[in-house]
Design a protein around this ligand. Sequence first.
Ligand SMILES: C[S@@+](CC[C@H](N)C(=O)[O-])C[C@H]1O[C@@H](n2cnc3c(N)ncnc32)[C@H](O)[C@@H]1O
Length: 254
Amino acid sequence: MRSLYEKIKFRYDLGNSLLNDPFYKDGVQKSFLEINKFPLRFEVINYILKFLDKETNYLEIGVRYPEANFDKIISENKYSVDPGSENVLNPVDFKVTSDDFFNQLRTGIILKEGIKFDVIFIDGLHLADQVERDVINSLEFLNEDGFIVLHDCNPPTAFHASENYFYRMSPSGGNWNGTTWKAFFKFRQLNGLFSCCVDSDWGIGIISKRLNLGTPSQVKNPYFEYNLFDENRKESLNLISYEEFKTKLNTFKN
Ligand SMILES: C[S@@+](CC[C@H](N)C(=O)[O-])C[C@H]1O[C@@H](n2cnc3c(N)ncnc32)[C@H](O)[C@@H]1O
């Protein structure tokens, strides 16, 4: 049986090996870099809303703490959806999952018949199949000149892009992009939709039905492998700076 000293030393050595682990160090460093990027998502969303230059309808899927983003959005009409998995108080308009929200919208149970949104911010459950459904449903309720904005499209390491939100000992330090990138990358390959990703705040993906924000990705990654994504990150996401995004958007001003 191990002595108390041996038990303590084992834990000390384990902690030390974790802190010196190259994957762990890389994850910590890349999280730090991402946390210190600006602008944050609300600034990009407000820029888009202002660009539209009309009375706008804004929808946020996945809100958690409204003061972090929702309250900072400047739009005449704002709607919020969240089932409340992470904040028991859940001060939102529709306390349901995004799937339920869109079903209720489709059947006319909620909101005005025929309502369309100008910007839909998808930041709910960060798993690829859910994000894909959120985008498909959003496209149905998006005005032709509207935008879909997706948070967390640019995971800095494979650990940030894990499917498991609950594993906290990860080199990601608990920062979680989930597999949102896979859904965004899937839409990046489609003709008839235009997209780019602003390189800030964990990757702010933007999709337009009408404005050419970027043509479809030609990157071949049929199995959605993270390493292949990482090697072709810029092209996979059409990753651009905020300045480049603003310049691009302004070329479409009448
Ligand atoms: C990352 S937080 C949202 C953060 C917020 N948008 C912001 O910018 O600060 C994710 C939220 O999505 C919610 N959520 C989880 N599953 C969902 C689902 N199926 N539909 C909609 N929201 C969901 C969680 O309850 C959580 O509050």
